[in-house]
Write a protein that binds this ligand. Structure first.
Ligand code: F6R
Length: 241
């Protein structure tokens, strides 16, 4: 894995946003793997600027998101569907039909996960996957566990994830479960870029890059992927030797 430390999250967003645009210029039908949370926002802002400048089109692209909360209406402002609409989709020319998220309200969650995984395969797999990392080393919502999961599945969110994301749910109950792509599916992406910024990510970053590969630190599985670049700010990189 390649590890690159840049000055701040804005510079990281520019480099990754430019990578997304270069991929789409080369392959307008590319399949993009997307994340939510704070980490990808500068990347989306860069991508939107490049779109507005006329440098890139998403008209033929498909996107797949890593995860979605269970039992939260898709129209809820904190659903990942809403996040993606607000932070990216409503600003670019992507066809809404080509934006794929797991349905966290599906009555048959197993069937929903199989549908989603089959669609990724049908479209040729993810060309470029954007990831953040949780303070506990999660990617997507693959929380520390005894085994790595392959396909999409329903997960109970870990206490540290509930704590980290509770600020988005002021005055209301936060969902306790989510549907997420499995680590195995994430690793099938042809190229992966991961963003980590801030001191709260430093321990997880050190374990991901220099620790042993273990499902107790799900991001450590990225060490097995042939084309991963980790983008850090100085605080997130501070514990690396
Ligand atoms: C979100 C996701 C999560 C986040 C992680 C970091 O789709 O997959 O793994 O990337 O929780 O979140 P932030 O960026 O908010 O620190």
């Amino acid at each position: 894995m390649k590890v690159i430390t840049l000055n701040d999250e804005i510079m990281i967003g520019q480099v990754i946003g430019d990578r997304f645009c270069a991929l789409l210029q080369e392959n307008p039908s590319a399949v993009l793997g997307l994340a939510t949370g704070a980490s990808p926002i500068p990347t989306y802002q860069c991508t939107i600027s490049r779109f507005k400048a006329g440098d890139v089109s998403f008209a033929k692209a498909h996107t797949f998101n890593l995860d979605e909360y269970c039992d939260l209406p898709a129209a809820h402002p904190q659903s990942y569907r809403s996040f993606m609409h607000t932070q990216l989709f409503s600003h670019i020319d992507i066809d809404p039909q080509n934006t794929h998220l797991l349905d966290g309200n599906a009555s048959d969650e197993t069937a929903e996960c199989s549908r989603f995984d089959a669609l990724v395969e049908q479209l040729g797999g993810v060309d470029l996957q954007l990831l953040g990392i949780g303070r506990n080393g999660h990617i997507g919502f693959n929380e520390p566990a005894d085994t790595f999961t392959q396909g999409s599945f329903k997960v109970q969110l870990a206490p540290s994830t509930l704590e980290a994301n509770s600020s988005y749910f002021v005055g209301e109950r936060m969902p306790t479960h989510a549907l997420t792509m499995g680590v195995g599916a994430i690793l099938r992406a042809k190229e992966i870029v991961l963003v980590a910024t801030g001191a709260s990510k430093a321990e997880a970053v050190k374990a991901m890059v220099q620790g042993k590969i273990t499902p107790q630190l799900p991001a450590s599985a990225l060490q097995n992927h042939p084309n991963v670049t980790i983008y850090l700010d100085p605080a997130a990189a501070s514990l690396l030797q």
